[in-house]
Design a binder for this molecule. Structure first.
Ligand SMILES: Cc1ncc(COP(=O)(O)O)c(C=O)c1O
Length: 502
């Protein structure tokens, strides 16, 4: 089973061996790394690149039945118009240009204090210097304090934390540790289906085995123990399965796992000797009143022996939450119970890349060491952050309700993260039409939607789904006005599509 058996929704027709040689080029498709040819990343696939072309066409005056493209394909808040948090940008500005701390009297004293503390940990007191490979020491210490507070006092050690240029980098680095050609069987990594395609793409790139386990849509995309067992059992002939990846809150599925469900997952992983990759980048994006974020670290610690000795890598990011600072590239990994030698090798591996972006590290500092009550920046920071989270919560409800009203579409509750992942019944005639074009039906639907309305979503085939079911992922990021417009266009398209292919 694979999350993607298609190339961005288009069925593969060319094999590597049939690729045409490019004479004269030392490196060409037929002799380059085949894993790179194979890997796929649907979020930025052909629907998104066609959206970019349409934007250019519109700018050049090409007439379309819509005035603009609505990009609901990417969890990139600032790209959808979200404004940066003042504190973060003031901190980054001071770190990048320390003279501002002398000349700009509008910068609050706590920003100056934090920028100075950060620069005090940088070589030559400059953001232009390389830092230690795992990151600036004071930021790693702030991360440990943040995790300790988040988990109700369960201690975190700053030396177990490594900062990276975005969490994607840390996740890929951890996966790399499992590449082992000496293994008799390929190492297998269990990933959810649907999944965020960073996983399938990286596994393909690294030559690791993809072991998919289906999330249960009928119980709001939770994890079933029986399904985990099935997936492990069916793949164990082929793979030496050593890792279980869990995304909580979920992307693309928007669920928040209950504590009970996490305990089930933990017991399964312990019983089967699996290293847990806990992708917790949406930990601050929880909207449903009944849901609460529980970190894997807290759960295993509270479960006690033998679970508190399990090996876990947990990830967080400055790209999500209310900050949405995707372009700044800041994230981190915390290791729990990692073998000390392996950790030493991990640090050696990341040292080959020298260090992560220093301004990105400053943004991570803003994530984990925000203004405190009573400090001059606190009120504005709180007001701005709360307003974004309240608006995301409102949009989560709006999206789920609105999509569910469309004929043949149903949407589970958007409990967290930044996405709705509705299922859609595509009429048989449309399925036939898509197949005749060598396309996946949901890709066909998404492309038609884009060409007719300018709305850019990601077809479910990019994330993986049960055979015969179709889905799409929309972010909840379009602001309310744009969302209303999006819904108007979407509804008309959808009804026309159903009528055409009835
Ligand atoms: C589940 C999940 N993990 C990791 C990432 C990577 O985030 P970044 O590299 O921007 O920190 C994303 C980004 O969308 C994501 O959705």
């Amino acid at each position: 089973m694979r999350a993607n058996n298609v190339f961005f929704g288009i069925r593969r027709s060319l094999s590597l061996t049939s690729s045409i040689l490019s004479p004269g080029k030392i490196l060409n498709k037929s002799n380059m790394n085949p894993n790179v040819v194979k890997m796929e990343f649907a979020v930025l696939g052909p629907v998104a690149s066609r959206a970019g072309e349409i934007e250019k066409e519109l700018a050049n005056g090409v007439k379309k039945p819509f005035p603009n493209v609505i990009r609901a394909n990417h969890g990139d808040a600032h790209a959808m118009g979200q404004k940066p948090i003042t504190y973060i940008r003031q901190l980054v500005a001071c770190v990048a240009n320390p003279s501002l701390m002398e000349t700009d009297k509008s910068i609050p004293s706590d920003v100056i204090q934090n920028a100075k503390a950060f620069l005090g940990n940088c070589g030559g007191r400059s953001a232009g210097a390389y830092t230690q490979s795992p990151g600036v020491e004071i930021v790693r210490k702030h991360i440990a304090e943040y995790i300790t507070k988040r988990d109700g006092g369960i201690p975190a050690n700053w030396e177990d934390v490594c900062i990276s240029s975005g969490t994607s980098e840390s996740i890929r680095n951890v996966l790399k540790l499992f590449i082992n050609d000496k293994n008799r069987k390929k190492v297998g990594v269990m990933i959810p289906i649907p999944q965020y395609p960073l996983y399938s793409a990286s596994l393909d790139e690294f030559g690791l085995g993809q072991v998919g386990y289906y999330l249960n849509e009928s119980s709001n995309w939770s994890l079933d123990e029986a399904e985990l067992e099935r997936s492990l059992k069916e793949s164990s002939e082929k793979y030496d399965v050593r890792v279980l990846c869990v995304i909580n809150p979920g992307n693309p599925t928007g669920q928040v796992l209950s504590r009970e469900n996490i305990e089930t997952i933990v017991r399964f992983a312990e019983k089967n000797n699996l290293f847990i990759i806990a992708d917790e980048v949406y930990q601050d994006n929880v909207y449903s009143r009944e849901s609460k974020f529980h970190s894997f670290k807290k759960v295993v610690t509270e479960m006690g022996a033998p679970y508190d000795k399990m090996e876990i890598a947990s990830f967080h990011s400055a790209s999500k939450g209310f900050m949405g600072e995707c372009g700044m590239r800041g994230g981190y990994v915390e290791f729990l119970n990692m073998d000390s030698e392996v950790y030493m090798f991990y640090k050696k591996m990341i040292s080959a890349k020298l260090c992560s972006s220093v301004l990105g590290q400053a943004v991570v500092d803003a994530l984990v060491n925000p203004p405190k009550k009573g400090q001059p920046s606190y009120e504005l920071w709180k007001k701005e952050g709360d307003a974004i989270l309240a608006s995301l919560k409102e949009r989560a409800e709006l999206f789920e309700k609105a999509f569910s009203k469309l004929e043949g579409v149903s949407c589970t509750q958007v409990q967290g993260a930044l996405y709705a992942y509705p299922s859609i019944k595509i009429p048989a005639k449309a399925v036939e039409k898509a197949r005749s074009l060598n396309q996946e039906p949901d890709f066909f639907y998404a492309m038609q939607l884009l060409e007719t309305t300018g709305i850019c979503i990601v077809p479910g085939s990019g994330f993986g789904q049960k055979d015969g079911t179709y889905h799409f992922r929309s972010t909840i990021l379009p602001p309310s006005d744009l969302f209303k417009e999006m819904l108007k266009r979407f509804t008309k398209f959808h009804n026309d599509f159903l009528a055409e292919y009835k």
